[in-house]
Design a protein around this ligand. Structure first.
Ligand code: BGC
Length: 705
């Protein structure tokens, strides 16, 4: 710890230390001016810098609005995500804020969670790698990233009291993994504990999570804040390892904590620890300074606009494109009908704390109208009168129907009640399709919706809540000036009844039982042989690509080892484009339900690379796999050994190898299959690798994978 910090802590009074453990109002940490500790301002997060807010939570000054979490998830590109989060960090600084309350790395466990739009994916590895990109983009710009909400915050219904009931192995392999990546590989400076309880205990009160796992196992050196008004205790949270209660004045921390010290219930050194963690992080980011002035002077910079636009196009997923309906041939179109909600107004972000006031909003009708070739007619209609919309479609060379949800339907604070498109939008699509054979449907949502027309529509794009540049990005993709670079970050189910958490969402009697365990997303659909409408990872380029052959740098992997999967990729089509090479690892013997064996998903994503190639070009994508790519978490069952002894001859010793005394990540010996493809359901190449197992857990220092 820096001497400077030590000197400040030594000088601080008990009251000053206690004051630092809670916010100074909604968005600031407390200052100790006499010791040169200024206030530090926080801001939401994640798709823009909200800055100070009005009583209703509205942002007071504008910000650049980048695509929302699920859109960033669809880019499958940590670098693009980092560029985008970098713009948010710069906006934060323009609002005098140096702590960004982002990224959100909870998982899309169920399609109806209200905040899916804010989170990247159903897959923990994809989420983790994108979280690393996000955190780096923020922190390289001098702003502290706050990875949230720690942990298992995947429902809005009764979110402050509900308890996520999750088994330890699922917790480790799925829900903790993105946080582990963000902290260990990304170096996140702050973590926000979630509203919900985990297995009955509020996360802010959970010493095992905060102290043992986050700090002890992962070496997190930053500070932990509570979610807003989430704290329910004083001593428990103080001892568990929470550092700051937000916002202030605090109920559990602040003066209450000073009082606890005076009464001898807590030690002052506990407060020292909290203050040290905050000041050390502030010092690292150059925030221990006098003369802090809270001004908000946002800048609408061309560079930020360009990044927001690029991220939005890289996120658009082409789900279907029969007969090369897309891109639209601008030279040959004399008339286009632009229909649906999005013809009037695109949804560019979801609702709740992520909402910002963008510098400007663009109408797709204006952008598209301006870019169609001279004289082409654009008729625009919201589609409330379906017959009228169909007749406009009939009279046009092509119809574009933009359907979806908005920030009143997908928001923090409540979950969706149906996966269906609101109002009569599905009917509108059917009527337009019947009227015009060249119909393109654009789905403008943050999460999966039912798409009853998906197998009949000529072309289908998922454009997400794509941020302030969404209209430009959509026009770029519709007219072929850019590729639809996105791939689905979640599976789109055939029906809600097929989803893994159906029946276990949003929970009852204050309990949300994660009964599907590890089988979230594609892991579930594959295990259950359930068809999906579109699989995880799916998305079409305007060009075509070949994947393979695949080489691996080693056919064997022993503890401590790693290997590189080299994948040849060629653009075999006529246009520049991008392909996302996806590497899945399948455990020995198909993984599941081996007698006496361990249940493992049929496969899990463990690497990916987005490659961009001109026509005829090829490249070799190198994707590294490490021990953790093959490992699983064993919760261990030490009692088994004692029981065996007590049972004597009646006990069976033949299962000895299946039981362990120490919990941890383990490598089981066997032949694993590396599967390389363009979606979870489209595997092009398979290579076998022999893994040497170990009876010892992997060392704690083994990086996540
Ligand atoms: C949200 C957090 C957010 C905080 C501050 C809470 O309601 O859950 O994500 O950062 O408010 O606005």
């Amino acid at each position: 710890m820096p001497e400077r910090v030590e000197a400040i802590v030594a000088e601080m009074t008990l009251e000053e230390k206690a004051a630092m453990t809670t916010g100074a109002g909604m968005w600031h940490t407390a200052a100790v001016e006499r010791l040169g500790v200024g206030r530090v301002k926080m801001t939401d997060g994640p798709n823009g810098a909200r800055g100070l807010t009005s009583d209703t939570g509205a942002s007071l000054t504008p910000s650049v609005c980048i695509p929302s979490g699920s859109a960033l998830g669809a880019t499958w590109d940590p670098e693009i995500v980092g560029l985008a989060s970098g713009t948010v960090a710069r906006q934060a600084k323009q609002k005098s804020a140096n702590v960004l309350l982002a990224p959100t790395v909870n998982l899309h466990r169920h399609p109806l969670w209200g905040r899916n739009f804010e989170a990247f994916s159903e897959d923990p590895f994809l989420t983790g790698k994108l979280a690393v990109g996000y955190v780096r983009g923020v922190q390289e710009n001098g702003v502290i990233a706050t990875v949230k909400h720690f942990v298992c915050n995947e429902v809005e219904h009764e979110r402050r009291t509900s308890s996520s009931e999750v088994d330890e192995r699922t917790l480790r392999e799925l829900y903790l993994l993105p946080f582990e990546f963000a902290v260990r590989e990304g170096g996140a400076g702050a973590v926000m504990s979630s509203y919900n309880r985990l297995n009955g205990r509020h996360v802010a009160d959970d010493r095992r999570l905060l102290d043992e796992i986050l700090r002890g196992e992962w070496g997190f050196g930053g500070f932990v804040m509570s979610d807003w008004w989430a704290l329910v205790s004083t001593l428990e949270a103080a001892e568990a390892g929470l550092d700051v209660e937000m916002p202030g004045p605090g109920k559990g921390f602040g003066p209450a904590l000073a009082e606890a010290v005076r009464e001898g219930l807590a030690s002052e050194s506990l407060l020292d620890q909290k203050v040290r963690r905050m000041l050390t992080t502030f010092d690292h980011f150059g925030l221990l300074r006098d003369g802090y002035e809270d001004v908000e002077v946002p800048v609408d910079a061309g560079e930020d606009r360009a990044v927001a636009r690029r991220a939005a196009t890289e996120a658009i997923v082409c789900l279907r494109n029969e007969g090369h309906t897309l891109p639209l041939d601008r030279g040959r179109l004399r008339s286009v009908a632009l229909l649906g909600r999005g013809a009037e107004k695109l949804a560019i972000m979801g609702g709740g704390s992520a909402q910002v006031v963008p510098h400007y909003e663009l109408r797709l009708a204006d952008v598209l109208g301006a870019r169609l070739a001279g004289g082409a007619r654009l008729s625009v209609d919201r589609g409330d009168d379906i017959a009228r919309a169909a007749s406009l479609a009939r009279d046009a060379d092509a119809a574009v129907v933009v359907v979806g949800t908005d920030e009143k339907e997908e928001s923090e604070g409540f979950d969706r009640t149906t996966m269906a498109l609101p109002c009569k939008q599905a009917k509108l699509v059917e009527a337009v399709m019947a009227a015009n054979q060249r119909t393109v449907v654009v789905v403008n949502t943050g999460a999966a919706v039912e798409l009853p027309f998906a197998r009949a529509v000529p072309a289908l794009l998922q454009c997400w809540f794509g941020g302030q540049e969404l209209a430009n990005a959509l026009a770029d993709v519709l007219l072929g000036e850019a590729e639809p670079g996105g791939r689905l970050p979640f599976s789109i189910p055939e029906r809600i009844e097929h989803t893994p958490a159906f029946g276990g969402f949003p929970g009852e009697s204050s309990s949300v039982r994660y009964g599907e365990g590890q089988l979230v997303g594609y892991r579930w659909y594959e295990a259950r042989h359930l068809p999906v409408l579109f699989p995880f990872g799916h998305g079409l380029s305007y060009s075509s690509f070949s994947i393979g052959p695949v080489r691996v740098s080693a056919r064997e992997l022993a503890p401590g080892g790693k290997l590189t999967v080299e994948v040849e990729v060629e653009n075999t089509g006529p246009r520049p484009g991008s392909e996302v090479v996806q590497v899945y690892v399948a455990p020995p013997g198909g993984g599941q339900l081996q007698p006496g064996g361990r249940m493992r998903p049929l496969k899990a994503l463990k690497g990916f690379a987005k490659v961009r190639l001109g026509p005829g070009e090829s490249t070799v994508a190198g994707i590294e796999l490490t021990e953790r790519s093959f490992a699983y978490y064993d919760i261990a069952d030490a009692d088994w050994f004692g029981l065996q002894e007590r049972l004597g001859d009646a006990g069976s010793t033949s299962h000895q190898a299946l039981h362990r005394e120490r919990a941890g990540w383990y490598l089981d010996a066997g032949t694993y299959e590396i599967q390389v493809g363009r979606s979870s359901a489209d595997i092009c190449e398979r290579v076998q690798v022999e893994v040497t197992g170990s009876s010892q857990p992997l060392p704690l220092s083994t990086p996540p994978g």
